[in-house]
Design a binder for this molecule. Structure first.
Ligand SMILES: [Fe+2]
Length: 298
């Protein structure tokens, strides 16, 4: 395969979907915040799922309880208006990432444009790793010392809350959508997460800052929390940290979920995007690590 840099990501051509290409693409997701793979022809659900499996563990939904799985593959879910991740009525979906206020989440979200509409529907990706690197050393150190305070929701609040509504549309779907560990995504909400995290592929530090579910920071007066929140929001949303992807049919975009948010603009027409969540650390190894930590404290 060939690749070239596009702002803070990469565009790949001539990908043959081998495991060697999967390994290289995974490395590029670490080096950039997104990877666009251009294809001239349609890919099958099977090719996509096998390719994603060569990158990491692919989250599998129950095809009988989650709407819009593709060709019997629980790994691929159709996202868009009237489906999961529907967004507002016009299809707009505000800035978000897979993890938001949850402890368990995808490391990479993969999107495949099965049916392209030429009327809107661009996707925007941000880069809060470079944004962190560009902060002054004092603010960087301040960010390293604190955690974001997150809103968490009861089931009733979730159904009424706009963000959840725009993602899961009803209670059944909210509870049916699972993480890699097989538990409902809804159950893994937490109220504190580190503001600065290291990327699992490269070890490079960046901001984990899904600002729409953050309501302040630990260890500082409220006025300073507010100032920092607005400073970081304005800083990370500068044009230089945002890439706008105008889709072609059959494009795949692999999007980093640690140091990047994404949003979709409104669209018209029949647009069909197949979404998959990829987790890099295996379920077995995370259980192993948990056991280690637990025995250390005994
Ligand atoms: Fe998304």
């Amino acid at each position: 395969m060939k690749y070239e840099q596009t702002q803070f990501g990469f565009t790949v051509t001539e990908c043959d979907y081998s495991s060697a290409d999967a390994e290289q693409v995974k490395k590029l997701v670490g080096d950039g915040r997104f990877v666009v793979i251009k294809n001239k022809e349609a890919l099958t659900a099977r090719t996509l799922v096998e390719f994603y499996r060569a990158i990491g563990n692919v989250v599998k939904q129950d095809v009988d309880s989650v709407d819009g799985c593709v060709d019997g593959y629980g790994e691929l879910v159709k996202a868009g208006k009237g489906r999961l991740f529907s967004g507002k009525e016009d299809g707009e979906l505000e800035w978000h990432c897979a993890g938001m206020n949850r402890a368990v989440s995808d490391d990479i979200v993969a999107m495949y444009m099965a049916i392209h509409t030429s009327s809107g529907g661009d996707t925007f990706f941000s880069d809060s790793q470079t944004a962190f690197t560009d902060l002054d050393p004092i603010t960087q150190e301040q960010c390293r010392q604190i955690k974001g305070k997150y809103v968490t929701y009861s089931l009733k609040q979730s159904i009424e809350n706009m963000h959840y509504k725009e993602v899961f549309h009803d209670k059944e779907m909210l509870l049916a959508f699972k993480d890699i560990d097989g538990n409902p995504s809804f159950d893994s909400q937490v109220n504190r997460k580190d503001l600065v995290t290291v990327h699992p592929i490269t070890g490079v530090a960046g901001l984990y800052f899904p600002w729409s579910v953050i309501r302040g920071f630990t260890g500082m007066p409220v006025t300073e929390q507010k100032l920092l929140y607005h400073k970081l929001k304005a800083h990370t949303l500068q044009d230089k940290y945002i890439y706008r992807h105008h889709w072609d049919q059959y494009d795949i975009v692999l999007s980093d979920q640690h140091h990047s948010l994404h949003r979709r603009e409104s669209y018209d027409g029949n647009r069909e995007l197949w979404r998959a969540g990829i987790v890099l650390q295996s379920k077995a190894s995370s259980i192993e690590e948990w056991s280690c930590m637990s025995s250390r404290t005994e």
